[in-house]
Ligand binder design. Structure first.
Ligand SMILES: Nc1ncnc2c1ncn2[C@@H]1O[C@H](COP(=O)(O)OP(=O)(O)O)[C@@H](O)[C@H]1O
Ligand SMILES: O=P(O)(O)O[C@H]1O[C@H](CO)[C@@H](O[C@H]2O[C@H](CO)[C@@H](O)[C@H](O)[C@H]2O)[C@H](O)[C@H]1O
Length: 497
């Protein structure tokens, strides 16, 4: 019989690729090893903290797993089952994802409150805060790149799944923005890190490696994606006008659709009649975004980047497009139009002012609380390298990310419904365009009015950033959520058409 740790490795290698947060779905795992294993609790149930070193081709990634071990596994924990091991060592019994086990996740709060050190793990409490230790955790149900636990209704603890060397930008930026007194982020209460120089996670130099972030849970907040979708649903549900009575939805002169279900102009009155208009919220979100950009500039500084930096960035855009075209054939018809937009920016490239930005900005990363918008998840795009995520960029990259998200929200219901009769689909496509147009404009107006660079004065750059993000999204959807692929594809068809 193989030694138990080899059996554990085999179980983990079968389980890992099925996890939503696993970033290597493109290819097989060539080798999996347990990089570090730290026992956080002995007995039954036991808790082990593992860092898995996962080699795929030439690249090795590092994933964090909280591993529970129990003799008998209660039914409520079965969804996290990784497998069963027999033997006499610490891992014998049912091994499972302990993120789903409140008995095992509760001690993490106690450790953070007491700033405990266990082996290479360092539990930290944010300066000037206390941490309650009597709360039970439940994992959040959302589709995520990481796993977040909600403790009572007080805290949310994000366990980073794919680990990067050094301090995670989410922690780094949240701490820096707190110091600036930024009103648009949740309070940081604590974090977990791997001591500097542990050698795990590809070195990490003299910086600790961030493993988890504990923040204030904004219980009464609703995320921007849900709010936007509600508004789109209301707009789609407006009764269609009788044939011939439709008005052109595009005041800028685009041709009226040749359909008996032509849609009305999306004026503020129409929107109010539909209920749930998002325009004023989009404008406030634009203003909050500009304020966070201002605080990021104050915390980390700004730099003047020569034209060559933008040309290099455009080279990267074309390179990403090549890679995605090779992997996802559906993007190929749009490639010439995308390349033309990228090349236009490269030809006109001048000096740019760059700074730290959000990096993966979309409606799912913002929460509307009773008092205003709060921004979350400053980690950057999961597929980028740690250096790319921390590199200064033009703030309009974030604006472009959010404009993409308005496109997504507008088309989400449509692109995933094959059942619509063709003329209804055409009419709803017009409504989707009108909704996106209205909210994109409101967001940009709020952003510029609050002091951000005016997107209207940087049209070519905005288009390049937006198309680059769309290319990223097409790869993201193909890899992670293939049934969503029509959403960015339809939006590309509309934006390049
Ligand atoms: N402080 C918070 N309060 C309430 N909900 C939160 C908070 N932080 C995150 N969330 C919820 O968790 C979701 C995922 O959080 P996020 O930080 O974006 O994780 P991931 O990197 O895994 O996508 C968000 O879309 C939001 O709905
Ligand atoms: O939030 P994450 O850091 O995990 O970001 C990744 O997943 C996002 C989806 O959950 C993805 O965002 C895309 O889908 C959103 C709707 O679900 C949409 O609002 C965004 O505009 C779109 O980009 C994001 O790209 C990815 O990095």
């Amino acid at each position: 019989m193989p030694p138990p740790d080899r059996s554990l490795v085999r179980l983990l290698a079968g389980w890992l690729p099925r996890q939503r947060w696993f970033g290597g779905k493109d290819g097989p795992i060539d080798e999996l090893a347990i990089g570090t294993a730290t026992e956080l609790r002995s007995g039954d149930p036991a808790l082990h903290h593992l860092i898995l070193d996962v080699r795929q081709g030439d690249a090795t990634d590092h994933y964090q797993v909280l591993l529970g071990v129990r003799g008998d596994l209660p039914e409520r924990l079965e969804s996290g089952l990784i497998g069963r091991l027999h033997g006499a060592d610490a891992f014998s019994g049912h091994v499972y994802d302990a993120a789903y086990d409140p008995e095992l996740t509760r001690p993490l709060l106690t450790y953070m409150a007491n700033e405990t050190l266990v082996g290479p793990l360092q539990f930290r409490r944010a300066p000037g805060t206390g941490i309650r230790t009597d709360l039970e955790a439940a994992p959040i149900g959302a589709e995520q790149s990481n796993t977040s636990l909600i403790y009572g209704d007080s805290y949310i603890c994000k366990l980073f799944r794919r680990l990067s060397p050094g301090v995670n930008p989410d922690l780094e930026i949240n701490l820096a923005l707190s110091r600036e007194g930024c009103a648009h982020i949740p309070a940081v209460h604590g974090w977990i890190e791997l001591e500097p120089g542990s050698g795990a996670v590809g070195g990490g130099g003299d910086e600790p490696v961030t493993l988890a972030l504990l923040s204030e849970f904004l219980r009464s907040a609703t995320d921007g994606w849900q709010l936007a979708l509600t508004s789109v649903r209301d707009w789609f549900a407006q009764p269609l006008p009788p044939p011939g009575e439709g008005r052109n939805p595009f005041p800028d002169g685009s041709p009226a659709p040749h359909t008996p279900h032509a849609v009305p102009v999306f004026t503020a009155d129409d929107a109010a009649a539909a209920g749930g208009d998002f325009g004023a919220e989009a404008e406030r979100l634009g203003a909050a975004t500009a304020q966070v950009h201002r605080d990021l500039a104050a915390a980390f500084g700004v730099t003047r980047a020569p034209a060559s930096v933008l040309r290099t960035a455009v080279f990267g855009m074309n390179e990403q497009l090549d890679q995605v075209s090779a992997a996802v054939p559906e993007i190929r018809p749009y490639a010439p139009a995308l390349r033309a937009v990228f090349d236009e920016v490269a030809a006109e490239a001048g000096e740019l002012t760059v700074q730290r930005v959000h990096g993966d900005y979309h409606l799912g990363q913002v929460l509307r609380t009773d008092t205003g918008w709060v921004l979350l998840d400053f980690e950057g795009e999961p597929a980028r390298t740690p250096a790319e995520r921390r590199a200064p960029a033009h703030p309009l990259r974030d604006v472009a990310g959010m404009l993409r998200s308005f496109e997504y929200a507008a088309r989400f219901l449509l692109a995933r419904d094959d059942e619509l009769p063709p003329d209804a689909a055409e009419a709803l496509e017009m409504r989707a365009r009108a909704w996106a147009k209205r909210n994109r404009a409101a967001f940009c107006a709020g952003y510029a009015a609050a002091g951000g660079p005016d997107p209207a004065e940087h049209r070519a750059l905005m288009r390049a950033f937006e198309f680059d993000k769309a290319v990223y999204e097409i790869r993201y959807e193909a890899r992670n959520r293939p049934s969503w692929l029509p959403v960015p594809l339809r939006s590309l068809a509309s934006l390049t058409g």
